[in-house]
Design a protein around this ligand. Structure first.
Ligand code: 2ND
Ligand code: ZN
Length: 360
């Protein structure tokens, strides 16, 4: 029997890959757009939510990314960034997420009046206010920020410096995102080397719109601590006549060194990185005990939540509480906060709740 979204919502969960500009409430997009005179495809809340999902259902990462023009357009002031970050923390807490790393690209939010520091400060303040209000209503959540640099642009060093500057105030790491084909992670080697010298943590979107060379560069040239998606590591797994899987050297490396894979099932269907949930490589990677984590990527563009992603997997692969507990602990272990802080969430929040769910 598969678990429902409602059941999963009650369980504590950890989320490592969620974009701030991919998770707005449709009603908020409409209100903010009205305020600045930005034209939207529709101003009906339900229709706009559906528009984002349909437009993102393009089968290509490049076209999927075009939908962000509308969310980024309404996130150009301190107030709008604060509001979007506040609502993000509240929505994740309502979904039963107890720990989240939410990413955004500061360089995309400086078109009107803000500098990079103000962008980061507005978002961090929004997260803090959202977490405080959620806690008051009985939903404990911690939200850390990841600063993303756009891989087609040339500001990664600046953004890496920003991440280091704000690391004691709520920024827990760094990332690069955007179209993958034609923009290898080694374009940003100086930023990654700088972060390594600063003892900072970072993840890299790799192995989503492009295959193994991107994953290999992210790990072996840039030193990524996690892979954003990384789903195409399956290209390095082959099957003999008896269906026994054989791992290539890179796949072995990823599994042996426990490189966390930030898998995002629904997003992969929309960009064409996977054909269906049942055929999604997460089934194989879980069976082979890679360090698998389950993520939302863009809740607005996929019309999803972490509980929904897990419910889809439960339905497709028969996963129950033991598997969901494993995904959650994997995510917590792979998070960029300090070891003692990770352990406290695992031991005090996650394990007791799943013991109850599995026992009951
Ligand atoms: O899944 C993704 N792959 C690559 N880039 C992405 C993905 N989802 C969102 N982005 C981009 C678009 C956003 O504007 C940017 C920062 O969140 O990151
Ligand atoms: Zn992403």
């Amino acid at each position: 029997m598969s678990l429902s979204i409602e059941e999963i919502r009650q369980a504590p969960k950890a989320l490592l890959h969620d974009h701030l500009d991919g998770g707005l409430r449709p009603a908020t997009v409409i209100e903010l757009a009205e305020g600045i005179g930005h034209e939207l495809p529709t101003t009906d809340v339900t229709a706009l939510g559906q528009w984002f999902v349909d437009a993102a259902n393009s089968g290509s990462l490049e076209r999927y990314l075009e939908t962000f023009a509308h969310t980024v357009a309404v996130m150009q002031t301190a107030e709008s960034l604060h509001r979007v970050a506040y609502e993000c923390a509240r929505d994740l807490a309502d979904d039963g997420v107890v720990y989240a790393e939410v990413r955004f690209a500061p360089e995309l939010h400086t078109e009107a009046e803000l500098g990079l520091d103000e962008v980061v400060e507005s978002v961090l303040a929004g997260f803090a206010a959202g977490c405080a209000d959620a806690a008051r209503e009985g939903h404990q959540i911690r939200v850390g920020a990841l600063l993303t640099a756009m891989r087609h642009a040339a500001r990664s060093m600046e953004i890496a410096e920003l991440a280091v500057r704000y690391r004691d105030s709520g920024v827990v790491g760094f990332d690069i995102a955007g179209a993958e084909a034609g923009f290898p992670p080694t374009r940003h080697l100086d930023a990654f080397e700088y972060l390594q010298r600063e003892n900072s943590r970072f993840t890299i979107h790799a192995g989503e719109g492009f295959g193994l060379p991107s994953i290999w560069q992210a790990l072996q040239w840039c030193g990524a601590h996690r892979l954003g998606h990384g789903v195409r590591i399956v290209d390095d797994i082959s099957f003999g006549d008896d269906a026994t899987p054989t791992l290539g050297r890179l796949a072995h490396y990823v599994r042996d060194t426990r490189v966390p894979l930030e898998l995002c099932p629904s997003s992969n269907l929309q960009t064409g990185a996977a054909d269906s949930i049942t055929e999604h490589p997460i089934g194989l990677l879980t069976k082979l005990r890679f360090r698998v984590t389950v993520n939302t990527d863009n809740r607005l563009m996929s019309g999803t939540s972490l509980s929904r992603e897990m419910a889809l997997l439960s339905d497709a692969f028969g996963y129950g509480w033991p598997e969901l507990r494993w995904f959650t602990i994997n995510a917590m272990k792979s998070s960029f906060i300090r070891f003692d802080e990770r352990l406290a969430i695992i031991d005090d929040v996650i394990k007791p709740a799943y013991t109850k769910l599995i026992g009951g």
